[in-house]
Design a binder for this molecule. Structure first.
Ligand SMILES: [Zn+2]
Length: 188
């Protein structure tokens, strides 16, 4: 989904101390990301627009976090989300690709405010149609990846069981062994 992908543009050193890297500050990464999301800005990003995108990211993160802890977002946050969506005049276009079709934004919708509106609408759609209790933040405190838990029993605690799940298992094991032996163990 667009919204969680956007939130995860803050990438953390999940194997280590959780040092965050903001990928929105990397123009090449961001261009590629927009392309993959079929978002086609017609203007290069200015400082002001970048700041605005970061505000939007913080807003959606705050709202997702509220749902994650079983609460609900503040009224003013909902209002900000609605304002962001209101700035988007969206023209959609179906594009034929051999036997399949994809939905894309027409070029008239390529101003930055429209792109913001698209991202906000992706979260708005989830709020309206998704299951809010499935919004998760990875249990690895160094990771904090935001995702939508689509497993049947809603028990997904990590963004990826093979990565963060395993890492945390190893950490718990080492902590236990350290506690049992009274020996310091090597950190990772
Ligand atoms: Zn994770």
């Amino acid at each position: 989904m667009l919204w969680d992908d956007f939130l995860n543009s803050i990438h953390r050193d999940w194997r280590g101390d959780g040092t965050a890297e903001d990928r929105l500050d990397d123009p090449a990464w961001f261009r590629e990301w927009l392309h993959n999301q079929r978002l086609t800005p017609d203007n290069p990003l200015t400082e002001r627009e970048l700041a605005s995108l970061k505000r939007l990211r913080a807003l959606i993160h705050r709202m997702a976090e509220a749902f994650f802890v079983g609460g609900s977002p503040a009224d003013e946050d909902l209002e900000s989300l609605n304002k962001t969506m209101a700035q988007g005049a969206v023209v959609r276009k179906v594009i034929r690709e051999e036997a399949s079709y994809s939905l894309s934004l027409a070029s008239t919708a390529s101003r930055w405010p429209n792109i913001e509106a698209e991202i906000a609408a992706s979260f708005g759609k989830l709020m309206a149609e998704g299951e809010l209790s499935r919004i998760r933040i990875c249990d690895n405190p160094s990771c904090l990846w935001v995702y939508y838990d689509d497993t049947k029993n809603r028990s997904k605690r990590y963004c990826d069981d093979k990565m963060c799940g395993n890492l945390m298992k190893v950490r718990r094991f080492r902590a236990r062994r350290k506690a049992e032996s009274g020996q310091p163990s090597s950190e990772f």
